[in-house]
Design a binder for this molecule. Structure first.
Ligand code: GAR
Length: 227
């Protein structure tokens, strides 16, 4: 019998609600998905992300940043937990701690993050309120490899959603979140399949030239022409 290709062992770091974690868990529940969630580390006691992982039967670790004297010591504990579990790729899923340059470098091109804006626009916090204040007509989300500067690094996948006239930060966040739940599993799949290569700080997706090669790429207009 042909032996199944081993799935990439993924560790997820989360701090809060855990809806992106849930999207990854759901995708990885399919045995054909090329990655398995082998460990979930949460840094905030009582975070719903922890319960979601436990409910799915995934090994979890609570590593509270408050218990450590500084960022370096906290990151060393994270690193030890990930290595002990044999983790090959780290996914940040609403992980709201800045990581030290040493940790980021140790996991270079083996750590990805999801951010709720179309990077490089709106890195940092309050992305939806800032997109609305800027009058942006599209918003969205980005999955990228992690670099030391916050919310930078080679972009693996993005999803765009329109900004509607009556949007509030919350309504826009909800629309973007739905897109997050689609692109994070997609981006992780591409990475786990070995189809993402970083060349000169850009992520190249092997075999993904499809749309443009076959014909005109779709153009999204907002407002639409008939407006
Ligand atoms: C998500 O919207 C994620 O993109 C964002 O936090 C939320 C976490 O939600 N991450 C960042 O802002 C990181 N810069 P979740 O816990 O339900 O996945």
């Amino acid at each position: 019998m042909a032996r199944l290709k081993p799935r990439l062992k993924v560790g997820v770091l989360a701090s809060g609600r855990g809806s992106n974690l849930a999207a990854l868990i759901e995708a990885a529940a399919d045995p054909a998905y090329p990655a398995e969630i082998a460990l979930v580390v949460v840094n905030v006691k009582g975070a719903p992300a922890l319960q979601r992982a436990e409910a799915a039967g995934i090994p979890t670790k609570l590593i509270e940043h408050r218990a450590f004297p500084d960022r370096k010591a906290f990151d060393a504990a994270l690193d030890a937990a990930l290595r002990e579990a044999g983790i090959e790729l780290v996914c940040l899923a609403g992980f709201m701690r800045l990581l030290t340059p040493g940790f980021v470098e140790a996991w270079r091109d083996r750590m990805i993050n999801i951010h709720p804006s179309l990077l490089p626009a709106f890195p940092g916090l309050d992305t939806h309120a800032r997109a609305l204040a800027a009058g942006a007509k599209f918003a969205g989300c980005t999955v990228h490899f992690v670099r030391h500067e916050t919310d930078t690094g080679p972009i693996i996948a993005q999803a765009a959603v329109p900004v509607l006239a009556q949007d509030t930060p919350d309504s826009l966040a909800a629309r973007v979140l739905e897109a997050e739940h689609r692109i994070y599993p997609l981006a992780l799949k591409l990475v786990a399949e070995g189809r993402v290569r970083v060349v000169e700080e850009r992520a190249e997706i092997l075999g993904a030239s499809g749309v443009a090669a076959r014909g005109a790429a779709p153009v999204l207009l907002n407002p639409p022409e008939e407006a």
